[in-house]
Design a protein around this ligand. Structure first.
Ligand SMILES: [Zn+2]
Length: 304
């Protein structure tokens, strides 16, 4: 049996219920699948260093970075994901996440944090998932993350898909970046599932955003779109009218987008038509490059 001892006198853990009189809360590792190998022992909580993901309004979990001492005396830098309420959904989510870690932990070792177990109190009121600290979550929207880092995240997610999995919830807060090693890890694994990726196009910066169906993979399309790495598939006509690039073939196609209030007089109609003619001539030079196909373009440093 593996035990986790939490000290509820710690400021960040004070909200946990029903500690023993010495201020400790004893949790036992939940049943493992038969093929998981973890030696019995004790993890003793030494200190909590910070509350993790304070902006996470969607979740009721208490998420804390902490130091724990293992039976062999090693000090581990871990993250405690604690459910201390009576919310069955939270409990269910932690159990599902445990199953993913136990089932795929080995094959996904370079994609997810090391897993130390899911622990629970005897009355099952407190559950605590313990994983290795692997960096800070990206709390900013991907559009505001540096391009180099976004590229790394996309590369990692594409590798995950190539390996046969999709994450299912690739929000910035579920993406960890270790500033020291530069490594990327994914967390919140309850939606992770096997995935046969049908991506047909390469990912290349500054290409025109492809149609999701043409691209072939919804999760990667969404990730790249939100990162702002692709250029818009719309052009501005008269500085204020947004026109979908694939729909621009003739002058008439462009004029269809012009609101009647801009062509009230004959002079206005002629001026707008002339502008549309010029616009259609300029379009080929303004269209961003299209994403290359996986079949014809090999992956490289700049192409995923
Ligand atoms: Zn995919």
């Amino acid at each position: 049996m593996t035990t986790l001892v939490l000290h509820t006198t710690d400021a960040l853990l004070r909200s946990l219920r029903r500690p023993r009189s010495d201020g400790t809360l004893i949790l036992q590792r939940t049943l493992m699948s038969p093929n998981s190998v973890h030696p019995p022992g004790t993890f003793e909580h030494l200190s909590s260093t910070e509350i993790f993901r304070p902006d996470d309004s969607e979740s009721n979990f208490l998420i804390i970075r902490a130091e724990v001492k293992s039976t062999n005396g090693h000090i581990l830098d871990v993250v405690l994901k604690i459910s201390a309420g009576s919310d069955m959904d939270d409990e269910e989510m932690l159990l599902r996440e445990r199953d993913v870690y136990e089932t795929h932990g080995e094959s996904l070792a370079s994609f997810i944090p090391k897993f130390f177990g899911l622990f629970e109190t005897a009355d099952q009121c407190v559950l605590c998932l313990v994983t290795e600290y692997c960096g800070d979550p990206l709390i900013r929207p991907l559009k505001r993350v540096e391009r180099e880092l976004n590229w790394k995240v996309i590369n990692k997610a594409a590798e995950l898909h190539n390996l046969g999995f999709h994450h299912g919830h690739l929000d910035p807060r579920n993406i960890l970046h270790n500033r020291t090693t530069g490594e990327i890890r994914f967390i919140d694994l309850m939606a992770l599932k096997p995935h046969a990726c049908e991506r047909k196009l390469r990912i290349k910066a500054d290409c025109m955003i492809p149609d999701q169906i043409d691209f072939g993979c919804r999760e990667l399309h969404e990730l790249v779109r939100l990162s702002g790495l692709w250029k818009s598939n719309h052009l501005k006509f008269l500085d204020c009218i947004s026109v979908y690039i694939p729909s621009i073939r003739t002058v008439e196609d462009v004029l269809l987008h012009v609101p009647p209030m801009l062509i009230m007089t004959e002079a206005q109609r002629l001026a707008v038509r002339k502008a549309a003619e010029e616009f259609v001539k300029m379009v080929p030079q303004m269209i961003p490059e299209e994403s290359p196909s996986i079949q014809t373009c090999p992956a490289s440093e700049d192409v995923i």
